[in-house]
Design a protein around this ligand. Structure first.
Ligand SMILES: *Cc1c(COP(=O)(O)O)cnc(C)c1O
Length: 249
């Protein structure tokens, strides 16, 4: 199986899941999670028509994005999908052109703003650099202590002050489901995230809060992306099913 085969298969499974939920496959973006994988595999995937790629470590994203641009790959939209440590928040912004091999890449979406402190820091840096950031808020719907993110109840409390931050645009919600043998077990969590987004659209309507668009649900990975699509995912983040197993995380 080549990467192009894997990609075709993932896309076919996505389309089937969309069909079961009477949704259009066009509503759903596949982010190919290339973390730990070398540029050669990114190049192969891009050549097969893939545009959106995700990295969980910002310090790995930029060298890869620069190398991809320098190698003349088809333009890539980079997604920062991992939790961001406060001391690395600066890396969410495109480095100054002078420090880069080729200055064209930028992060199109930050998926995992998981606490008020990092939101405040990202907004401050984004404002200083005149580079507003599109972000998703990570929600810990499972309540597992090992998972990052706002609690569903905590998010409602934090949102008024989050919406006061000047340089973040809130595009929706993201979650990481627990690893389970049967993806059906996480269906209720995906459904809960969708309901939460609907509540936010109602309580903080984009017509009134211009920094909130609330259009995205980033949920679903290799083990559960079909269930996530059936439950309303607009973005799925798939690594293993495209690139094979990782040697390390
Ligand atoms: C690694 C990772 C993925 C992809 O996981 P797979 O199981 O390999 O599909 C998705 N989202 C995040 C945040 C990740 O870190």
């Amino acid at each position: 199986m080549t990467i192009a085969d894997n990609l075709r298969q993932v896309r076919a499974r996505m389309a089937e899941a969309a069909r079961r939920a009477q949704r259009s496959p066009d509503e759903i973006t596949l982010v190919a999670v290339s973390k730990t994988k070398p540029l050669a595999l990114v190049a192969e995937t891009a050549a097969a028509g893939q545009v959106d790629f995700g990295e969980n470590r910002l310090e790995e994203l930029w060298p890869k994005a620069d190398a991809a641009a320098a190698a003349g790959l088809n333009p890539i939209r980079w997604h920062a999908i991992g939790t961001i440590q406060s001391r690395k928040a600066k890396l969410a912004l495109a480095p100054p052109a002078a420090e880069r091999q080729s200055g064209s890449a930028a992060i199109c979406l930050i998926h995992a703003v998981d606490r008020p402190k990092i939101a405040r820091r990202l907004s401050r840096l984004a404002a200083e650099n005149n580079q507003p950031l599109d972000v998703l808020l990570e929600v810990n719907v499972s309540g597992e202590a090992s998972k990052h993110g706002f609690s569903p109840a905590g998010l409602a409390d934090d949102l008024p002050s989050l919406l006061d931050l000047p340089a973040l645009r809130y595009c929706g919600l993201m979650t990481m489901a627990p690893f389970v043998d049967d993806a059906e077990e996480v269906r209720p969590l995906f459904r809960q995230l969708r309901c939460l987004l609907q509540e936010l659209r109602h309580t903080f309507p984009p017509a009134q809060f211009q920094q909130a668009t609330w259009q995205h649900l980033s949920m679903g990975m290799t083990s559960d992306f079909e269930v996530a699509i059936e439950e309303g995912a607009t973005i799925v983040r798939v690594g293993t099913a495209i690139f094979g197993h990782r040697e390390y995380e």
